[in-house]
Design a protein around this ligand. Structure first.
Ligand code: NAD
Length: 386
């Protein structure tokens, strides 16, 4: 079986699905590894490193013509979609719940689609395959660094002959994987850090990193299914925004990471809250998206400075800005999933397996993932996954 690594084509995408270090794991399992010319360049893995690891470097056309399984980071673009053929499998982060039409398109071409976004995350044997977690970790780390780079003062307490600098006050809203990594990184840089989340379980996690947990009086637990948060009601959201505003006004830097699966990111920092911050403050909105983010006025992929001097960074695809680390981690995730699905040298689709039930989106010309199929039927998908 030939497993092929493509060169990512999304604008600004620097990651690669498989790094040279992981190639022997696949070849030892009897797979042949093909790598599209220049696939690893953005993450500083030259073609020669793949060849030395036992892979064959191939042209784009040869890759699509001969591969059985295509390994990718993000969804294939239009040009790549046109090259896929029936019987091939694509494994990547395909966001089928955000874009179910892609799944429909792949199914109609007879392509099997496997998406790492659907992995059951609480299953301990699947943890090594959890790309959402590995990439969120990288993103949270980079968000803290972006905040530090944009902030016009120091993060740590500094006592020098030229004076004493007080430590920066930094708040992280949303303490999931990315939020906890942002908290840890900001703490290591010396900031005075606090964190907030609607899931009560996050209190202990925030405190274990040496940060202060903010408890709001107006909003109770909003723990949802599978360890995720549920969407707040309109009343809860308003109460949360109002109470958070007072906390936000006291911060030098705020990093927002709040997400609710299958929904647009909740608005946590209103225009009034931004206005209440002092000039020179920085907000990093990791929820920024074309549909809106966690922060009023944030623009995905852009940095805007408000009239009152607050810098709002609409962070987008942060893992791609730390391409070697994120590719290393992703490579371990995708190869673990691929090897889990391979039996006697061939891919064996079996949706009675709990892991495969979460990740296999299309097979045999059908959209087989129930939540994606439901979305395509036009029925609202009430629950879980992404
Ligand atoms: P996520 O990206 O879906 O959301 C980020 C955070 O935003 C979450 O902590 C969520 O509670 C929070 N949030 C949502 N709405 C909010 C609001 N209105 N106000 C404040 N915060 C809000 O989450 P994630 O990082 O993917 O992690 C979600 C959960 O999954 C966590 O409990 C995490 O520990 C768990 N998890 C478990 C495993 C595992 O068991 N192996 C692996 C990964 C994640």
């Amino acid at each position: 079986m030939k497993a092929a690594v493509v060169k990512e084509n999304a604008p600004g995408e620097r990651r690669v699905a498989l790094v040279p270090e992981t190639v022997p794991k696949l070849t030892q399992a009897g797979l042949e590894v093909l790598v599209e010319q220049g696939a690893g360049n953005g993450a500083w893995f030259p073609d020669s490193a793949y060849s030395e690891a036992g892979a064959s470097i191939v042209s784009t056309d040869d890759l699509y013509a001969t591969a059985d399984v295509i390994l990718t980071v993000t969804r294939p673009g239009e040009a790549e979609m046109a090259k896929l053929r029936a019987g091939q499998t694509v494994i990547g982060m395909l966001s089928p719940l955000t874009d179910p039409r892609l799944a429909e398109n792949l199914a109609s071409r007879g392509v099997t689609a496997v998406s790492l976004d659907g992995l059951p995350r609480t299953l301990s044997r699947a943890q090594g395959m959890d790309a959402l977690t590995s990439q969120a970790n990288v993103a949270g780390y980079k968000a803290a660094l972006l905040g530090a780079a944009e902030y016009g003062r120091f993060f740590p307490l500094l006592i020098t002959a030229a004076g004493t600098a007080r430590p920066a006050k930094l708040l992280v809203l949303g303490a999931g994987v990315a939020g906890l990594q942002a908290i840890g990184t900001a703490r290591r840089l010396g900031a005075q850090v606090s964190g907030y989340d609607v899931r009560p379980a996050s209190k202990g996690e925030v405190e274990s990193l040496g940060a202060t947990f903010i408890e709001l009086r107006s909003v109770g637990s909003a723990a949802g299914e599978g360890g995720y948060a549920r969407e707040l009601t309109d009343d809860e959201r308003q109460a949360q925004q109002e109470e958070l505003t007072a906390h936000i006004a006291r911060q030098d830097v705020v990093i927002t990471t709040a997400q609710v699966p299958g929904r647009r990111p909740p608005l946590l920092i209103t225009e009034d809250a931004v206005k209440a911050m002092a000039a020179g403050s920085v907000i990093v909105d990791m929820g920024a998206s074309p549909l809106g983010g966690n922060v009023a006025g944030s623009v995905a992929g852009e940095t805007v400075v408000t009239e009152n001097g607050v810098t709002v960074i609409g962070a987008q695809n942060l893992p791609s800005t730390v391409p070697t680390a994120s590719s290393n981690a992703y490579s371990r995730n995708i190869s673990a999933l691929l090897l889990h699905m391979v039996s006697e040298g061939a891919l064996k689709i079996d949706t009675s397996d709990e892991i495969q039930a979460g990740v296999v989106v299309t097979h045999d010309g059908q959209v087989v993932h129930p939540a994606v199929a439901k979305l395509l039927d036009g029925r609202p998908d009430g629950e879980g996954g992404r």
